[in-house]
Design a protein around this ligand. Structure first.
Ligand code: NAI
Length: 384
C-alpha cells in the first residue's frame, strides 16, 4: 500500500514510522523543510534506540528508512492509496489542503484526517467525493500507543470504513470505531478524570498531592490527574476541555475549572515550563499527600463513578460499542481497567447509588446519572 502523510510534525512523523514498519511505501509531506529534516533525524534516533534495546536489527532499520520518502510538494502524493493528514488544527487550512489534494489523487484514494477536535463531516464537506473521507485518530506517541480511533463521518461509505479498519489493524493497532461527536471516545470519556479532580480540589476537600495519591493507590492509575495535567500541559489540557464543553453546547458535565484556567494564564503549564501543580525545578520539595484512607476512598469513588457514568452515557448514545469504549481507555490512555468492566466489578447498583448521592448533594445537572445505568440496574444487567 502507498501511504501519503501530510504534515511531518509530532503526529505525522510517528504515523509515518508506524506505516513504514508495517511495510507500506510512505511519502511524508510538509511545507516546512526544517520539519522534514527534523522528522528524518528523529526517526534515525528512534530506530537506533530500538536497535540498542534489541527490538530491531540494522537491516530492519534500513528497511523502515527506505520505505519513507520525504517530499515538499502535495502533488508528490498523487499515487497514494491512503492519505492521512496531520497538519495544524485549523478547519480552513485543512479544507484547503484536502480540496487541492483531491485534484491530484485517484478517485479511490482514501483521504483521512488525524484531527482531535474538528468534526470529520466538516472536513469531508470540502471534498467532491466526501464518501472517501474518514477520521483516523492516533495517540501521542503514535508508534507506542496501541489505540487508533476510526471515525466515519455521516458522508463516509461503508467500504472506506472497512478498508480503514482493516488497514489500521494490519498496522498492529487496536481500532475503536467512534461516532463523529466531540472528543470521539477518549477525549470525551476521560474528561471527569481531570474535571472532577479539579472540582474536589476547588471545594477544598483535598490538595493536589492527596488527590493524585488517592487515584494511584486505590485506582491503580499510573499517574494522578494533576501529574498527568502537568505532563500534558495545562494550556493544552484546558483547551481540549473548553473545546469539548463548547461543542457540547455547554453541558455542565464538561465545564472547565477556573483553577486550571488560572494555572494556564499564569504560565504554570506543567513539566514543560518547570512549574505546574507541582514544582519541577531542581531540589524542589514535593508536597506530601495526606494519607487518610477514608478521604482517599471518597475521592477515588467520586472520580471513578463520574468516569463510569461518562463511559455508560457514551454507550447509551451509541458513540461506540462497549468493547471499543473499554479498549479506548485501556489502550489509548493506559487506564488500569476498562470503565464498563469497572462498573460491572463495582456493581451497577453501586454506580447508580453514588451518582444519586452526588446529585442529592449538589442538585447540579453535572451529576445526573446516565439513563442506561438506571435501566440496567432495574433490569439487573451487566455490561459484559
Ligand atoms: P505539529 O505542530 O507537531 O505538526 C504539524 C506539521 O504540519 C508541521 O510540521 C507544519 O509544518 C505542518 N503544516 C502546517 N500547515 C501545513 C500545510 N498547509 N501543508 C503541509 N504541512 C503543513 O502538530 P501535531 O501535534 O503533530 O498535530 C497535527 C494534527 O494531529 C492536529 O490536527 C492535531 O489536532 C492532531 N493530533 C495531535 C495530537 C498530539 O498529541 N499532538 C494527538 C492526536 C491528534
Amino acid at each position: 500500500m502507498r501511504v501519503g502523510i501530510i504534515g511531518s510534525g509530532t503526529m505525522g512523523s510517528g504515523i509515518a514510522q508506524v506505516a513504514a514498519t508495517a511495510g507500506c511505501q510512505v511519502k511524508l509531506y510538509d511545507t516546512n523543510q526544517a520539519a522534514l529534516d527534523k522528522a528524518k533525524d528523529a526517526l534515525e534516533k528512534i530506530l537506533l534506540r530500538l536497535i540498542q534495546k534489541g527490538r530491531i536489527d540494522a537491516t530492519e532499520k534500513a528497511r523502515i528508512q527506505n520505505q519513507i520518502t520525504y517530499v515538499d510538494k502535495l502533488h508528490d502524493l498523487a499515487d497514494s492509496n491512503l492519505t492521512i493528514e496531520a497538519i495544524v488544527e485549523n478547519l480552513d487550512v485543512k479544507k484547503q489542503v484536502f480540496s487541492e489534494l483531491e485534484g491530484y489523487v485517484s478517485s479511490d484514494c482514501i483521504i483521512a484526517s488525524n484531527t482531535s477536535s474538528l468534526s470529520i463531516a466538516s472536513i469531508a464537506a470540502a471534498l467532491n467525493q466526501p464518501e472517501r473521507c474518514i477520521g483516523i485518530h492516533f495517540f501521542n506517541p503514535a508508534p507506542l500507543m496501541k489505540l487508533v480511533e476510526v471515525i466515519p463521518a455521516i458522508q463516509t461509505s461503508n467500504e472506506v470504513l472497512e478498508t480503514a479498519v482493516q488497514t489500521i489493524t494490519d498496522w498492529k493497532k487496536v481500532v475503536a470505531v467512534a461516532k463523529d461527536t466531540p472528543g470521539f471516545i477518549v477525549n470525551r470519556v476521560a474528561r471527569p478524570f481531570y474535571g472532577e479532580s479539579l472540582r474536589i480540589y476547588e471545594e477544598g476537600m483535598a490538595d493536589f498531592a492527596t488527590i493524585d495519591w488517592s487515584l494511584k493507590t486505590l485506582g491503580g492509575f499510573r499517574m494522578g490527574p494533576f501529574e498527568l495535567m502537568d505532563f500534558i500541559g495545562n494550556d493544552v489540557n484546558y483547551t481540549v476541555t473548553e473545546t469539548v464543553f463548547t461543542a457540547f453546547y455547554f453541558d455542565p458535565r464538561y465545564k472547565p475549572a477556573f483553577t486550571q484556567k488560572r494555572f494556564a494564564e499564569a504560565g504554570y503549564l506543567g513539566r514543560k515550563s518547570g512549574r505546574g501543580y507541582y514544582d519541577y525545578s531542581d531540589n524542589a520539595i514535593q508536597p506530601k499527600p495526606r494519607e487518610d484512607k477514608l478521604l482517599a476512598q471518597q475521592i477515588f469513588d467520586r472520580v471513578l463513578v463520574m468516569l463510569i457514568n461518562e463511559a455508560a452515557d457514551a454507550l447509551f448514545l451509541n458513540i461506540a460499542s462497549a468493547e471499543d469504549i473499554d479498549n479506548a481507555m485501556t489502550k489509548g490512555v493506559n487506564y488500569p481497567k476498562g470503565l464498563l468492566q469497572w462498573a460491572d466489578d463495582k456493581g451497577i447498583g453501586w454506580c447508580v447509588k453514588k451518582m444519586d448521592e452526588l446529585y442529592a448533594m449538589y442538585h447540579e445537572d453535572r451529576y445526573r446519572c446516565s439513563p442506561l445505568l438506571r435501566k440496567m440496574n432495574q433490569e439487573q444487567q451487566t455490561f459484559f
